[in-house]
Ligand binder design. Sequence first.
Ligand code: ATP
Length: 382
Amino acid sequence: MEKELIRLENCTMAFDDEVVLDNISLSIRDKEFLTLLGPSGCGKTTTLRIIGGFTKPVSGGVFFDGVRINDMPPHKRNVNTVFQKYALFTHLNVFENVAFGLRLQKPKLSKAEIARLVDEMLEVVSLRGFNNRDASSLSGGQQQRVAIARALVLKPRVLLLDEPLGALDLRLRKDMQNELKRIQQQTEITFVYVTHDQEEALAMSDTVVVMDGGIIQQIGSPEDVYNEPKNAFVADFIGESNIVDGIMRSDGEVEIFGRRMKCLDGGFGKDEPADVVIRPEDIDIVPLGSDAAMLTGQVTNVTFKGVHYDIIVDFKGFKWLIQTTDLSPVGGKIGIKLDPDSIHIMKKSRYSGMFGDYSSYSAEYDDISDASLGEDDVEDDE
Ligand code: ATP
């Protein structure tokens, strides 16, 4: 594993007494692709600006290679930034846009050296042969590549990217995500990337930092934050999740809807209330009345999604999303089976009860306590 390059230590930021970053600590390794992910206003850009030196935290330390750089101005930091509005020089061609920063360097670079570096970087961003094209004649994706080449040609240790694909259409975004990942791996420059798009974060990053309300909620690999979310906010923000109340009866055994089920989690107090997350794609539909049926619910809504169906199923008034390739008609009852590894237990948090119910998905929102389900265990109700 590469060594730490940047460290934020207990950084707090406030504007007019309003705290927008609350005591955050973060370690960024050399050569990694790290993404700050969270909803609008959670503090992603402010964190990026602190790393770039455009904003100073009101308290806490910023370290680069172990050296405190709180007071170092942006141009002295070995960091470059690409913004969503990439602001190319539209009156210059592609070559001159990329060469711009190189021409300002001291000691002065030779013409031949500048041409070599620009060509090398245009190759990296797949724009070989575009040297003489006017920047204004390029597509959005091509312009963004020029902006990235312009930043990378100066060989910073770190590239900060603030929603750089935000202005592109969906298809182009997807292509550019792959490109960015490849460019990062090829150049071995540390990327710190800001987005509110969870799919983008999962697709590109080595490390995802999930933020909300100026607080880091979880730091981990894409697999970690998806499979082992720390709390209901992370579970809901990353992917689709059914989140229900549970009680940990013992290590490896949780009770939901009055029914005990095996799980893989432990370390909770006996009978500790917990949040239980079950991903829609991890739920198996089984024949009604079969021994395998752990819960029984009623289908209230079906949406064809191409590869699978999204079905909403009412379990005792709590509506779950299930993704399945089996068609289950609206109004029908189904049994479901949950394997131990499809049940993930989280500590209760201030987000408990706020997420994870799909009632609003269904036309029957107002009819939440369906009389046909009765008061007893739904699984006994055929
Ligand atoms: P977005 O995705 O919308 O850009 P973000 O997660 O990047 O959001 P920030 O831009 O870091 O969020 O903003 C965090 C909070 O700080 C917001 O409430 C914002 O209004 C506030 N804020 C940011 N910069 C300033 C400023 N210069 N003066 C006052 N408030 C600010």
